[in-house]
Design a protein around this ligand. Structure first.
Ligand code: AP5
Ligand code: MG
Length: 213
């Protein structure tokens, strides 16, 4: 099962991908998480990615496409995977298509989680992030057991650097300009599934489960 999570920043891609990965036992591949881990470890890729991410811009396709096409060729991806935050441009989608075609494969589902911009801006102010293990929480809709502390590793939770309201607004405009065209792209391929992302976390999970069967 090869799944792509589409949707604006903060639509819930990562949260839902975590649940699908647990249910179907396929890897969750988030380009944002990969870049954040590289920033944390101060790698050359992390240094390059940080300058774009802090501004809410996309990391250039040259740094992103090979990273993903290499990752999905690994052994643990042979039964499928969930791509979260990739592709994000038409060029990335075409690079992915090319890599899949070579192996006679194709994407099964592109799940577009729809949330209006006003709700996103509000939601992002409440997101909390674990800088050590990458787990994500929300002060209203997904509280950790102990306020401000990661359930999984006990680290103090922080706000993501790119969750400041001005940066969120810029990320949304980048999304509408560069990523939203992918909705049509996957609709034409017949794999697009639209999900209302405003109905509460558990209901969104249930709707996605219905689609995946
Ligand atoms: P990335 O990490 O992918 O960020 P994003 O796409 O902007 O999305 P987010 O992770 O912010 O949101 P999400 O949809 O995962 O929502 P979440 O589940 O956390 O990318 C970051 C940056 O990296 C980019 O800006 C770019 O610079 C770079 N990058 C990454 N991939 C790239 C690529 N392919 N090409 C180029 N550059 C790339 O949920 C949000 C919050 O809401 C959480 O607190 C959650 O608990 C809560 N929540 C979730 N669902 C619900 C619900 N239904 N109701 C209420 N609350 C909810
Ligand atoms: Mg995410």
């Amino acid at each position: 099962m090869k799944i792509i999570m589409l949707g604006a920043p903060g639509a819930g891609k990562g949260t839902q991908a975590e649940r699908i990965t647990a249910k179907y036992n396929i890897p969750h591949i988030s380009t944002g998480d990969i870049f954040r881990a590289n920033i944390r470890d101060n790698t050359p890729l992390g240094k390059k990615a940080k300058s774009y991410m802090d501004k809410g811009e996309l990391v250039p396709d040259e740094l992103t496409c090979d990273l993903v096409t290499d990752r999905i060729s690994k052994d643990d991806c042979k039964d499928g995977y969930i791509l979260d935050g990739f592709p994000r441009t038409i060029a990335q989608a075409e690079a992915l298509d090319k890599a899949l075609e070579k192996r006679g494969e194709s994407i099964d589902f592109a799940i577009d989680i729809e949330v209006p911009d006003e709700e996103i801006v509000h939601r992002m102010q409440g997101r909390r992030f674990c800088p050590k293990c990458g787990a994500t929480y929300h002060i209203e809709s997904l509280k950790p057991k102990v306020e401000g502390i990661c359930d999984k590793c006990g680290t103090e939770l922080i706000l993501r650097d790119d969750d400041k309201p001005e940066t969120v607004k810029h990320r949304l405009s980048v999304y509408h300009e560069q990523t939203q065209p992918l909705v049509d792209y996957f609709e034409k391929k017949g794999v697009l599934k639209k999900i209302n992302g405003t109905i509460g976390l558990e209901n969104v999970t249930a709707e996605i489960s219905k689609v995946l069967g």
